[in-house]
Design a protein. Structure first.
Length: 638
């Protein structure tokens, strides 16, 4: 667990932590794991649940929607990479059967690592992001036939054709029987189990189906993983898919971790030291071959040179399914096993760093990218040219679109930036003021009119991206308020320190709405409910803390009199506070605070204690009535 925490701290995949722990406790290092074979048997179930998860993600509509990428780029990538790697391995005197098996091992890329990186960088819907996901989807599917073929490839040549034919025939028959009868029975069976309304029974049912179908394929001479994949595929057609996904997540992650630990146990550092140059050569060959194959295929299929290079760099490393397939190769020579394991580990370790520097490499070697980037910024600037005192919406998903409607109702102009090309096209066609642009880039914010805007609203719940936006705003327009959305309250302080004028946690707002409806339904008066909601919000949000009192507030109850209020004090010529700092005034002893200062039309929220007050400033004081009166006296007369 400690290793996983440390690796996550450095933004490295947990898979590498498990491999590191395995190599550390294995017989070639500390030798803490005595019964390796028992651990391997248990870890095999990790592969079973991994394949089950892949089966759950199987979707015919998704495959059809991405068919050009999946069965075009994806199919050719796997086939050509396997062919090139196999030929290269055969040049070193290794038999063609083992060469093809290793070609399948190295053709895979890491679904877990690359998907996480795409989501973090908001590039899932970018052109190269779609290509990466399409290739990964085909690789996941390609694992299924490879699990059938690879064990047969290690048999003697005279038996190979017959064994391979028998294995494929078994696979077709078993899968046909399961799919034909399974689809009819699965939904009815899950309906029956769901009526028990027991989470324990539901989880046990999932385990029963998964392990039963895995056992059926194993008895047929095929792998356990193949049966698990089919089980997941059958359940994906039912309405219980999401519940099943959540229930098996803990089992899958723990057992997969154990699987990678057992892989790490096999790493022999003593052997690796003597084979360092072979490992380095194999690693460079893998990265170059896969990057060139994917890049050229992507370019030939219509991608721009920049996106083709991006796709190649993203997909050039190995993946976790490489370890799965490597375990299926029988009678693998020890040196080749060590080289293969190490190359896969090192390539996965390098993957995040290659992705990180991929953009710089593209900009360095593809001159047209500069022109495209310039045209994109020009388009954003043209869209925002007429806007003045407008809002900049960072993201145009559901929250961004709701925000745009509220702004439109109040007659406030806005410019929205989003990275989903389909969404931008649809919304722009519908008349929305939205353009394609990366809000994490300073140039895009400037082109959107940052220097003329009145507010920036981050509508996506992504703390690292929000911090990046806040950094750019603080650098260029420190006086500009930024409202940030976040998933919960954990990051409120972090984002406030980064410069956010207000941080809105989704969890808090959802709970407030749930509470308000529930209280009204159980008979609590609406006015009391609204009062509770306002009190809670005032404790969390500085912008909603207190209120400006008017003549219509005199009818409120006595308790309302003791609520914090806001009061504006204009520093007229000769006011006592002119030329003094907020720290000097020491309004804290009056149980008051300065909520904001408006100077020459610009409002600064939560000013610093060293802020020097000037003539004409409007000081907004927050406190109870007696404290506010005393604070006004000190600002003007003392």
């Amino acid at each position: 667990m400690l290793a996983v925490v440390i690796f996550r701290r450095f933004n490295l995949p947990p898979v590498l932590a498990y491999l590191f722990v395995g190599s550390l406790i294995g017989p070639h290092a500390l030798n803490l794991m005595k019964d390796i074979h028992s651990a391997e048997y248990l870890a095999e179930f990790g592969v079973v649940f991994l394949m089950f998860s892949i089966g759950l993600e199987f979707s015919l509509p998704k495959l059809y929607a991405m068919k050009r990428i999946v069965f075009g780029l994806g199919l050719m990538q796997v086939a050509i990479t396997m062919a090139l790697v196999s030929v290269l391995i055969m040049l070193f005197g290794i038999g063609w059967q083992l060469a093809i098996a290793l070609g399948g091992v190295f053709a895979m890329s890491s679904t877990a690592v690359l998907t996480k990186l795409l989501v973090e960088r908001l590039q899932l819907d970018s052109p190269h992001g779609r290509e990466v996901m399409g290739v990964l989807l085909f690789q996941d599917l390609a694992v299924v036939p490879l699990l059938v073929i690879i064990p047969s490839l290690t048999q003697p040549p005279e038996k190979l054709a017959m064994l391979l034919g028998v294995a494929l025939l078994k696979a077709v028959v078993v899968l046909a029987v399961i799919l034909v009868f399974g689809q009819r029975l699965m939904r009815k069976w899950f309906h029956f189990v769901a009526r028990a309304k027991s989470s324990e029974v539901f989880v046990l049912n999932v385990l029963l189906i998964t392990l039963s179908l895995a056992t059926v394929t194993a008895l047929a001479g095929l792998s356990l993983a193949l049966g698990a994949f089919v089980a997941g595929m059958l359940i994906s057609e039912t309405e219980y898919k999401l519940q099943v996904e959540e229930d098996i997540k803990a089992f899958r992650d723990v057992l997969m971790g154990l699987f990678f630990v057992t892989i790490g146990v096999k790493l022999d550092l003593h052997v690796l030291v003597g084979l360092w140059w072979e490992i380095l050569l194999a690693l460079l060959a893998l990265l170059v071959i896969k990057a060139v194959v994917v890049g050229l295929l992507s370019w030939r299929l219509g991608s721009s040179p920049g996106n083709a290079i991006r796709a190649g760099l993203w997909l050039c490393a190995g993946g976790e399914f490489g370890f799965v397939l490597l375990g299926e190769i029988l009678r693998l020579p020890r040196e080749i096993q060590q080289i293969s394991l190490t190359v896969l580990v090192l390539s996965m370790l390098l993957a995040p760093f290659i992705v990180q520097y991929s953009e710089r490499l593209v900009m360095r070697f593809v001159a047209s990218e500069w022109l495209m980037r310039s045209m994109q910024l020009t388009k954003i600037a043209a869209q925002s040219m007429s806007a003045e005192k407008h809002a900049i919406l960072c993201g145009f998903g559901r929250n961004g679109q709701y925000m745009a409607r509220f702004l439109g109702q109040e007659g406030i102009s806005y410019v929205a930036l989003d990275l989903d090309p389909d969404r931008v096209h649809e919304a722009a066609t519908g008349g929305e003021n939205v353009v394609f642009g990366d809000v994490g880039r300073k140039e895009a914010l400037v082109a959107a009119g940052l220097m003329r805007a009145s507010v920036v609203i981050v509508t996506v719940s992504d703390t690292p991206l929000s911090e990046k936006i806040l950094h750019h705003v603080q650098e260029l327009r420190p006086d500009l308020p930024v409202v940030v959305r976040t998933a919960d309250e954990r990051d409120m302080e972090r984002l406030s320190r980064a410069g956010a004028a207000e941080v809105v946690p989704e969890a808090l707002e959802a709970s407030l709405m749930l509470a308000s409806h529930a209280l009204v339904l159980v008979g609590v008066p609406v006015n009391r409910v609204l009062k509770r909601i306002r009190q809670t919000r005032s404790q969390r949000y500085s912008l909603l803390r207190g209120f400006y009192r008017g003549i219509t507030d005199r009818d409120h109850d006595e308790d309302e009199e003791q609520q914090p209020r806001l009061h504006s004090v204009l520093l007229i010529p000769g006011a006592a506070a002119i030329g003094r700092t907020l720290d000097d005034l020491n309004l804290d002893e009056l149980d008051c605070e300065v909520s904001a200062i408006r100077r020459r039309g610009i409002r600064a929220m939560e000013p610093a204690p060293e802020t020097l007050l000037e003539e004409g400033d409007v000081v907004v004081v927050l406190g109870l009535p007696e404290g506010v009166s005393a604070a006004e006296e000190r600002l003007l007369h003392k």
